[in-house]
Design a protein around this ligand. Sequence first.
Ligand code: ADP
Ligand code: MG
Ligand code: MG
Length: 919
Amino acid sequence: MSTTIETPVRVKWVYFFGDGAAEGNARMRDTLGGKGAGLAEMTNAGIPVPPGYTITTAACRQFYEAGGALLDSIVSEEDDALRRLEKMLGRRLGDPANPLLVSVRSGSPLSMPGMMDTVLNLGLNDETVAGLARQSNERFAWDAYRRFVQMFGRIVQNVEGLDVVFDAAKDKAGVKQDTELNAEQLQAITDQLKKHVQKHTEKPFPTDVVTQLELAIKAVFSSWMGRRAVDYRNQFKIPHDLGTAVNVVTMVFGNMGDDSGTGVAFTRDPNTGERVLYGEYLTNAQGEDVVAGIRTAPKIAQMATDMPAVFDEFQRIGQQLERHYRDVQDLEFTIERGKLYMLQTRSAKRTAAAAVKIAVDMVADGTISEREAVARIEPAQVDQLLRAQFDPVARKDAKRIAKGLNASPGAAVGRAVFDADDAVEWVGRGEKVVLVRIETSPDDFHGMAVAQGILTARGGATSHAAVVARQIGKPCVAGCAELLIDYGAKSARSSDSGVAFKEGDWISVDGTTGEVFLGALPTVEARFEDQTELKTILDWADGIRRMGVWTNADKPEEAAQARSYGAQGIGLCRTEHMFREGDRLEIVRGAILVANRATRAKARRAAGAEISADEQQDVATFDAAMAKLEKLQQGDFEGIFKAMDGLPVVIRLIDPPLHEFLPNLEEQLVKVTRAEDAGGASEADTELLATIRSLHEQNPMLGLRGCRLGLMIPDFVKIQTRAILNAEIAVKKAGGNPIAKIMIPLVGHVNELAATRALLEAEATAVREAAGGIDVEYKFGTMIEVPRGALTADEIAREADFFSFGTNDLTQMTFGYSRDDAEGGFLLKYVEDKILPYNPFQTLDDAVAGLMKIAVDKGRSTKPGIELGICGEHGGDPESIHKCERIGLDYVSCSPFRVPVARLAAAQAALANAAERDR
Ligand code: ADP
Ligand code: MG
Ligand code: MG
């Protein structure tokens, strides 16, 4: 144990705000939580905020350290703050004549919407309720009291069923809305609620207001470790030791009549980014009434009609806050008898489309710089914008079940499930699901996280379902009121269309339009060409990034696609993929059958020996197959060069072991055995089996492949080199500008590269001589993907014009994991059990990155200008791209669909790196 030295510096546990001045500010999120920092900042900016104080996150951590108790110093500082608040307002907590009421609100440093609960109207008991009634009116006072008992019972005392008691009482009184209850009814209900609490806690409802406050503060601290908060933090990788702050805020009342109200609004539309206030509000209501969908709330625009002056002020404050925070704000407010109070401000969660539009708009109006705009977009959002939509033709003919609110855009297809736990279970079985709920609460989060999309019958655009869906990037249709959901029967039916579905039925949810269809509709890719704002952001990113973004493409169509996404070259063209197309596989197999014999015979012939007639036959068969292949490959390369005209194309020579082009050993064995049992197998099948057997290796990924194969059977790489260079000549003759780079894989020793290069330079010279005056240009490079290659990169650089890091193999060989086996086997368990922090095949491992850095330094020490790139899967992973920037690579290469993401991530990596250097 370490000894702690008592420092004379006193920790400040409580920060006061009120009367235009606050002890905290926006920079103190870590200490005050987001909500507390916002309340302080708004107070300082002269915005009307009810006064109060924030107990720090440090106090929360202290609370856990003390095993769930509050330190005396915290209690006494909190007490001082309360006295100060009472003095400022001229009201006292628990004063029967003039009672102060407060809310007790959680607020963590990172936004965790709806994860923790708030207690409103604290400070009421049978005496103070009378005082409150005298100040306002009986009905209001009893409404506040019954709300308090209901909330305090549920949140602080964990009593279930209070809402049921309240709903039953409403039914009995014959009313639908809580606003229709009168004072006597509310008083009776409050009594009932208290009895319900007493029955469950076996203690009378706490009437001492100081006890109420203490219990509420402790409950907020405790909620930090509640299941839904923990689940949420796990999902978003938020550390569990941040703690939450507690905000004690003077109550202002939105339930004082029709000149009062409460609401939630965004300063811009969080779906589209459009510059209009977006939200909902309710008159004569309090707190969560809007979000919980107790009554259907009108759109915020309605406020302009109901209370024009307040609406104007709200709009002005919204704009002020937007300018102040330089971002779109998500606001919570209450109006008490015509006076507006702000209760919360935070940066608004938004859809990908909105994020992009808002960033571009804010650059246009001078609020933020292009760099900030680029830094603000999340790579995942770019991904989302390129996500599929429903096929327009199919959707026209589809059977529509219902229409709700388009709460979070995108197309989701899955089988209906009606419970979050069921969702998790179905997905565990490999199913795709859409979670269908009457409404969602934080308890449903785990189901939402695994679902393709979310559908709710109740709740608006700011409901829990909508907010969470937008944040986690899932399509959501909310508030689909016509949908009658029966949890018991696990089914739903639209009261309008009459269409019904049950658990397990396929449904399609269009979060962009709000429509829900029966069946699994086909989807179509989003059109990048039409996304002007995204393209603007990416253009800015291009101006910022240092690294190039290339693509891995094997076909002209892929190359063209990638180019339209902004790819600046091909970093990896896998030639063997072309071996499998159409009737080529037969040619390749024919060649492989005789490859070894023919190669040996040729070598003997070259050394001056006689070869037999049989051998001559093998050589002829082999050469004929190779000649065909050469021609076909030349055509392939011409297509790629044309598609990438003027941009570099790195073509990798054959890499996989030859057995990959043959049938699998077991299958062929079964085939031959069966045929023999039935009277005799064909000679071709028997020969094929023998060849497969002869090529069999225990560890093919560490076997005869890459440059090793090229050196053992040189004709494959020779014809490929000729095909590349002749394609270059043909395209040049046609007026094109091909840029050829030939890449040799799997080099571990410089001699492998030197020998391969000598072999291929001879071919190049022959091609050049036959070219008839056309300039034949090319570069030779290698993949660095064997650890020994990385460690001897200085030697290898003597023979290479460029390196491309093959991080799939490099990861495989550095860890000693067989990629194909590990990823399907222990690796995911490793990640789950935190033996590994992440899957190293997805995100570049730091040790592998370290090995790359060695290779970069060594390569440059031999050849300062050597071109360095990455072409493994990591080239499209934002976190890995950051590491590539730090290592100092010249470019990343990734699959065509990742190119836009990589452009953004590379720019962000450059910005982050520059910021780090400045520090
Ligand atoms: P959350 O973190 O879930 O948004 P809040 O602490 O913001 O919880 O409280 C939820 C709602 O309760 C607020 O939006 C507001 O309507 C209401 N509320 C909280 N504090 C007060 C208060 N002092 N006066 C009036 N209403 C309040
Ligand atoms: Mg809030
Ligand atoms: Mg490789």
